[in-house]
Write a protein that binds this ligand. Structure first.
Ligand code: UD1
Ligand code: CA
Length: 454
């Protein structure tokens, strides 16, 4: 089929500079959600009708498979689809989607396409307790005969609770005819796409319909409140899918996945965690409360404790990270490593069994196995212009409050005394320290308050 996505509207009620269809839901533009759904139907042609903020939409949303069509001015949904006609393949039907309706299931659209077949018009309709504002589906003896917009409907028609979701499919050559014949003599002075229904009936074409499994599949975003509502629905669906797959969630209402979260068996996630990009949690891994993990891999049995931030890092198996740890891009921790509170690591590889348990900055470093990094250790990796590397070999022990002025190397089994400022390499197996000798001034006296002045 051809797919036309309508995305020209301004979205005034969003009260934003950002075009409506670019507002993010689960970290991705609304339009991206619609396009992902469209692409899984493998359309012959994918056309997006843009208008308000057209350049910005085109620049933000990617896809060499998209034909962009600009609608200016916006004279209604029928006028919008008419702008896409030159891009459509007549040999297949045309499915119309809305760029601001992000949560439609592919299976629902597949059912609609099947109901309509190649020759009929198909409408996705839904029963709403409060149908006000929507186009009403008018049926005679069960068969759909027309759609009447809320503002054009009288009391009797407004009582109808079956409404038009806006999503429809029609045979393409007929669609061209019907759109060409639209008039804008209605309450809004617009060319209504919905008027093709009466035209099809007049041509003897059957109007099929399908319904979504859940009403939220057809909800659109017109305001920040609706955006937040759909975000919660989406996150609820994600949480339900995770639990179906065996993940333990302390509270399914307090997890946000903005991207993809892959979990092994027996994974546990505490409250208020945010997952962004691509995150993998291995078998038996656990994530404590209030963690943010982005583009991260967490090994089996690893414990990520509360308030930890991981971005672009890989953690091995049976490690202990946090609480309050920060792992930045390019960090790779091997199995059974420990990274504790207020430790920041960047572009650092740390070997199996190594530990940095408290208060440290470790950047651009290569650390061997079974290394102990004491509290307050800092790799001075930046000279104001360039970044330099620190190498710490296996079994080294870095005393507390040491500064390693890179480039520098600590040999295998070396020990640095506490408070060392290391400016040249520390040899293997020896104690290295840089410290002024300790002195005690025997006859020193503290100045006394109210004492005699000299
Ligand atoms: C439309 C339907 C109505 C349906 C409702 C469902 C028509 C005439 N009415 O009404 O039956 O119940 O959707 O939400 O179709 N758009 C353009 N160009 C335009 C006008 C609209 O691209 O000139 C886009 C909008 O950006 C939006 C979509 O089409 O994504 C729907 O437009 P909107 O104005 O919201 O339609 P409604 O009046 O709500
Ligand atoms: Ca609307």
């Amino acid at each position: 089929m051809n797919i036309v996505v309508l995305a020209a509207g301004q979205g005034k009620r969003m009260r934003s500079e950002l075009p409506k269809v670019l507002h993010p839901l689960a970290g991705r533009a609304l339009l991206d959600h619609v396009l992902a759904c469209a692409r899984s139907l493998a359309p012959q042609r994918l056309v997006v009708v843009i208008g308000h903020g057209a350049d910005r939409v085109r620049a933000t949303v990617s896809g060499g498979d998209i034909s962009w069509v600009v609608q200016d001015p916006q004279l209604g949904t029928g006028h919008a689809v008419a702008q896409a006609l030159p891009e459509l393949d007549d040999s297949v039907p045309t499915l119309v989607l809305y760029g601001d309706v992000p949560l439609t299931r592919v299976a629902t659209l597949a059912r609609l396409l099947e109901a309509a077949g190649p020759a009929d018009v198909g409408l996705l309709t839904v029963e709403l307790a409060d149908p006000s504002g929507y186009g009403r589906i008018v049926r005679e003896e069960g068969a759909i005969t027309r759609i009447v917009e809320h503002r054009d409907a009288d009391e009797r028609l407004r009582a109808i609770t079956e409404v038009n979701t806006g999503i429809l499919v029609a045979p393409t050559p007929a669609l061209r005819r019907w759109l060409a014949a639209l008039s804008n003599e209605n309450a809004q002075g617009e060319y209504y796409l919905t008027d093709i229904v009466a035209a099809a009936v007049a041509d003897g074409v059957k109007i099929a319909s399908a319904q979504p499994e859940d009403a939220w599949e057809t909800l659109g975003v017109n305001s920040k409140a609706q955006l937040a509502e759909l975000e919660r629905i989406h996150q609820g669906n994600v949480a339900a899918a995770l639990m179906d797959a065996g993940v333990t969630l302390a509270d399914p209402a307090r997890i946000d996945v903005r991207g993809r979260l892959h979990c092994g068996r027996d994974v546990t996630i505490d409250v208020n965690c945010v997952f962004e990009g691509e995150v993998r949690l291995g078998n038996g891994a656990s994530v404590g409360a209030n963690c943010v993990l982005r583009d991260a891999i967490v090994g089996a049995g690893t414990e990520v404790k509360p308030f930890t931030h991981v971005d672009g890092a890989k953690i091995g198996a049976n490690a202990r990270i946090g609480p309050y740890a920060r792992l930045r891009p390019g960090t790779e921790l091997a199995d059974e490593t420990h990274v504790g509170n207020f430790v920041e690591m960047k572009k650092t590889r740390m070997g199996a069994g190594s530990k940095a348990n408290h208060l440290a900055y470790v950047g651009d470093a290569v650390i061997g196995e079974r290394v102990n990094i004491g509290a307050g250790t800092i790799t001075c990796n930046y000279d104001g212009v360039n970044k330099h590397q620190t190498v710490i070999e296996d079994d080294a022990f870095i005393g507390s409050d040491s500064q390693l002025v890179a480039p520098v190397r600590v040999g295998k089994g070396a020990t640095l005394g506490a408070g060392t400022t290391l400016t040249s390499d520390a040899p293997a197996d020896k104690l290295t320290l840089s410290r002024a000798p300790q002195v005690t001034i025997e006859r020193w006296k503290r100045p006394q308050k109210g004492g005699k002045k000299h």
